[in-house]
Design a protein around this ligand. Structure first.
Ligand code: ADP
Ligand code: ADP
Length: 228
């Protein structure tokens, strides 16, 4: 479902490289990507979501091998496979809640599925708020809208980068519960990147969450075993 081997990413101009220890996620499990700032969480999320091309190694997401896919194929794959909950939610205040849900499909040149939107708004207790604008919502309501938007196209993988950033304890745990609940209902895999102790504590208590701790940049030659 989700895994990588020999995965290395090198940013142009950097002397060191990001090397990801081989990993494979068991069926039905979710993934917590840990590691301090700079450990390589965002880079891995960008690779998992096809926003960065795989330079070296293998990366499999939802049954698709991403290495070697063209940028165009990755764009199509991303729309069909991924739901993303951005750190600051990125809801548009120029649009209503319902229009925010429709936006990703419209941006991809597709028709928005209004029945799906209604179902999600209902399920997330947002039906009464469909015509409001995000600035008229509470933090918890806005979080639910962002999760609903991510689920619109029935993703196989739900990604959240630092979902608790800038949130007080109640809202941080609310966000986490929403993500876990959404993943369960939709039967999709949840990938959370976080270095927040509150998130780590809550997730490491769960049997169905695997953890990967990332270690950041390493000298380009470090992994090579000297021969002779
Ligand atoms: P995290 O999300 O865990 O904070 P990142 O994936 O953002 O980690 O960064 C991992 C490493 O890659 C850091 O050392 C960072 O400085 C470096 N890095 C990230 N983006 C770039 C870039 N565009 N160019 C060069 N180095 C980068
Ligand atoms: P925890 O979140 O409790 O630390 P891990 O995800 O780290 O659990 O898993 C513990 C061990 O079980 C690891 O060695 C991992 O590779 C292995 N493992 C995880 N999922 C499966 C699975 N579905 N089948 C077999 N082994 C698994």
């Amino acid at each position: 479902m989700l895994g990588w081997s020999g995965l290395v990413h090198h940013y142009a101009g950097a002397t060191d490289t990001l090397r990801y220890v081989d990993f494979s996620l068991g069926r039905g499990r979710h993934l917590l990507l840990r590691g301090a700032s700079g450990a390589g969480k965002s880079t891995l999320l960008a690779l998992l979501s096809g926003l960065l091309r795989v330079q070296q190694g293998e990366l499999e997401v939802a049954g698709t091998s991403l290495a070697g896919m063209s940028a165009r194929a990755l764009d199509a794959w991303r729309g069909e496979t991924l739901g993303v909950v951005p750190q600051r939610l990125h809801l548009s205040d120029a649009l209503t809640v319902a229009e925010n849900l429709a936006l990703p499909a419209l941006a991809a040149g597709q028709r928005a599925d209004t029945a799906r939107a209604a179902e999600l708004l209902e399920g997330l207790q947002l039906a009464e708020l469909a015509e409001r604008r995000p600035h008229q919502l509470s933090v918890g309501q806005a979080q639910r809208v962002a999760v609903a938007r991510a689920l619109m196209r029935r993703p196989r993988l739900l990604l959240a980068d630092e979902p608790s950033a800038n949130l007080d304890d109640d809202h941080a745990l609310h966000m986490l519960a929403l993500l876990l609940d959404a993943a369960e209902r939709e039967a999709c895999t949840l990938v959370i990147a976080s270095h927040d102790g509150r998130v780590i504590e809550a997730l490491s208590a769960r049997e169905d969450v695997a953890e990967v701790v990332l270690r950041g940049m390493q000298p380009s030659g470090q992994m090579e075993v000297p021969t002779g």
